[in-house]
Design a protein around this ligand. Sequence first.
Ligand code: NAP
Ligand code: HJL
Length: 222
Amino acid sequence: MHVVVNAAVSADGKLSTRRHEQVRISGPDDFDRVDRLRAESDAVLVGVGTVLADDPHLTLDDPDRRANRERRGEEPTPARVVVDSTGRTPTDARILDDAATTYVLAAEAIADERRAALESAGAEVLVAGEERVALAAALDALEDEGIEALMVEGGGEIIFSLFEAGLVDELSVYVGSLLIGGRDAPTLADGEGFVESFPSLSLRDVSRIDDGVLLRYDVGTE
Ligand SMILES: NC(=O)c1ccc[n+]([C@@H]2O[C@H](COP(=O)([O-])OP(=O)(O)OC[C@H]3O[C@@H](n4cnc5c(N)ncnc54)[C@H](OP(=O)(O)O)[C@@H]3O)[C@@H](O)[C@H]2O)c1
Ligand SMILES: Nc1nc(=O)c(N)c(NC[C@H](O)[C@H](O)[C@H](O)COP(=O)(O)O)[nH]1
């Protein structure tokens, strides 16, 4: 599986406000780039924290991209994936509508009734891990479903855990020209944080988009 993490941060590295409210950091051209990246992926993944904060849809805006996928014999919209140990995703979440296949990566700790509620809302629940989702095993389960190109859109907890597990191949960070501030505002990689042997990134390119900068990195294994 090839894993690409894509997110937008403010100039001070924040993903959103201290209230975890969604902030439009990207401009129109960067959102179009995100739409293109989604169209090139087999699935788009977020954590349940992002679902609860943003209620994202995670589908394709551009009808030509949907048509191109169909011409390639693919689903018009990539699958959607939410990492959600105990099934906190509301059953009326937009990510569960019938616009695309949706996988919920859960842990054994999920209660039967929550699993049943999500399945009857249309999700395919894949279980990996006891209390929390074991990401390496969960991605293996997604690979068994035919998912090879995975795009991760956040948030900070999921991004940290994917790096910690050594599962990320590429990182794209759009830095917008605004300051959000706040010691409790989510950042690109939260979690416990690294204190030694930091994941090594090699800068592939830098480009200006809208009023911000896109940084693209290859993630090393050493
Ligand atoms: N600017 C951007 O590009 C961007 C992108 C995405 C999100 N955001 C913002 O980021 C915020 C949400 O980020 P977040 O960090 O709070 O949430 P998140 O990373 O989306 O989801 C974190 C949750 O995932 C679940 N999880 C299950 N297994 C996990 C594992 N192995 N490692 C880590 N998490 C695991 C945990 O909940 P359980 O224990 O209940 O499973 C955890 O609380 C929102 O404010 C959103 O607006 C911004
Ligand atoms: N690239 C990017 N720039 C931003 O300024 C921003 N706020 C996000 N946020 C990502 C987060 O995952 C959002 O929840 C989805 O971008 C919403 O996706 P929809 O439009 O509902 O498909 N992502």
